[in-house]
Design a binder for this molecule. Structure first.
Ligand SMILES: [Zn+2]
Length: 415
């Protein structure tokens, strides 16, 4: 994820890229998160809904477009970055930070509302349909994740989770630990956290935007980060969180080849049985989230989606007639289809569940497609990410990498 501290963590030569990262990630989160929460805020109070026990489907489905998806409320995944004291926040307000007080209130609220934590291995088994989770008597599984490797986790978050026997997941990028920043965890802390039962997983090697990288570069990001976290952090890394929530079609395959079993995006919603394990949904918790917004995030519902004539993270050049598979027999007047909050023309075939969307050409680096479906006051949501102009972006990334290597060499020679 992007946050203000990346300024210190990013290699200096990548500063201009960092600025582009911040811009893009702010754009993604502002548009995806902002528009959605504004709508959510207007809807009925959520915590009461929590009291209604929602049972998992009787028969576990392995395909996303089969019936039973509405009954699968799914497993939400929360994403935290920095946990700061009120004083720290006042001194340096950062949008991705949450205060210690806020975190305590949120975690206490989860405990009061029958949430129990699970780790990525269990979530993976659930979405694969291999393991049932306990939804009885209003119980709800949840995954609580912390990105980057900030020592706020050991300083503040760990105690708060411990009070309820909760376990967290830390997505760490090793260059941050190796840089020994003021806020970065030490390898000893990472080992202790792992021994205490929390999961240590990968956030790539140095937090790049994967869409700017060649396949070989991506492969190195996945393989190297796993290797070093396993060796120095005592981890057994099998899962990854995409930096900035950005991935390419190649990312999914490369992750599989380098020993990863699942990966997390930044698209909202509960993870249902049949979900693509390399496109797990996860949402940011930010300073602006009040108690109601936080509760609503944990209740976000999902619409299963299958790309029929494209791949997740694929490069789309120019206009495209995109075909997606959705559950059949839905009311086509209850859909909203958007790319970055701009409405898109679409048609839905109720018999097959096939939706055809006219994607307009885009000058942006990437597009986030959003499909919303409202039924009985409940909003279900699906997302997909597409990249654009890969060649140009990849070329500029190569140039920057060359420059960086050159600078690094000079730096090494100097010291
Ligand atoms: Zn991050």
């Amino acid at each position: 994820m992007a946050d203000a501290t990346h300024e210190n963590k990013t290699p200096p030569a990548a500063y201009s890229r960092f600025k582009a990262f911040v811009f893009l990630s702010v754009l993604i989160f502002a548009i995806l998160g902002g528009s959605w929460w504004l709508r959510e805020r207007a809807s009925a109070a959520a915590p009461q809904v929590m009291k209604t026990a929602v049972n998992p489907p009787q028969t576990l489905n392995t395909t996303p477009t089969t019936v039973g998806w509405k009954a699968d409320i799914g497993v939400p995944v929360l994403c935290y970055h920095q946990i700061v004291t009120d004083e720290q926040y006042r001194a340096k307000p950062t949008p991705y930070a949450v205060t210690v007080k806020q975190l305590k209130e949120q975690i206490d609220w989860l405990a009061e509302n029958n949430f129990y934590t699970i780790l990525p291995d269990e979530l993976l088994a659930y979405v694969r349909g291999e393991k049932k989770l306990d939804f009885s008597n209003g119980k709800r599984p949840i995954v609580i994740t912390f990105d980057d490797g900030n020592n706020d986790f050991v300083n503040y978050a760990q105690k708060i989770l411990d009070a309820h026997g909760y376990k967290g997941v830390l997505f760490i990028y090793p260059t941050y630990i190796m840089a020994r920043k003021q806020r970065s965890m030490t390898w000893a802390e990472i080992q202790a956290v792992r021994k205490a039962g929390h999961a240590i997983e990968s956030h790539t090697m140095w937090h790049p935007m994967l869409s700017t990288m060649s396949d070989a570069e991506q492969r190195a990001q996945f393989a190297d980060s796993k290797k070093i976290l396993d060796a120095k952090g005592g981890a057994q890394v099998r899962h990854l969180a995409y930096p900035f929530g950005v991935y390419t079609a190649a990312s999914l395959k490369l992750l599989q080849e380098t020993g990863y079993a699942s990966a997390y995006t930044t698209f909202h919603g509960g993870n249902q049985v049949g979900e693509n394990p390399y496109l797990l949904r996860r949402f940011l918790v930010v300073k602006g989230d009040n108690a109601k917004i936080f509760a609503q995030k944990t209740l976000a519902r999902s619409l299963p989606l299958k790309l029929l004539n494209s791949q997740p993270g694929a490069v789309v050049e120019g206009a495209m007639q995109l075909k997606v598979g959705l559950p059949p027999e839905l009311d086509d007047s209850a859909f909203k289809v958007r790319v970055f909050s701009t409405a898109q023309k679409f048609s839905y075939e109720p018999k097959t569940g096939t939706m055809t969307i006219e994607l307009k050409p885009s000058k942006k680096r990437l597009s986030a497609l959003e499909i919303l479906y409202k039924e009985d006051g409940v909003e279900y949501r699906a997302n997909a990410l597409f990249n654009h102009r890969r060649d140009r972006v990849a070329k500029s990334a190569e140039r920057k990498t060359r420059k960086k290597k050159h600078k690094k060499r000079r730096h090494t020679e100097d010291t």
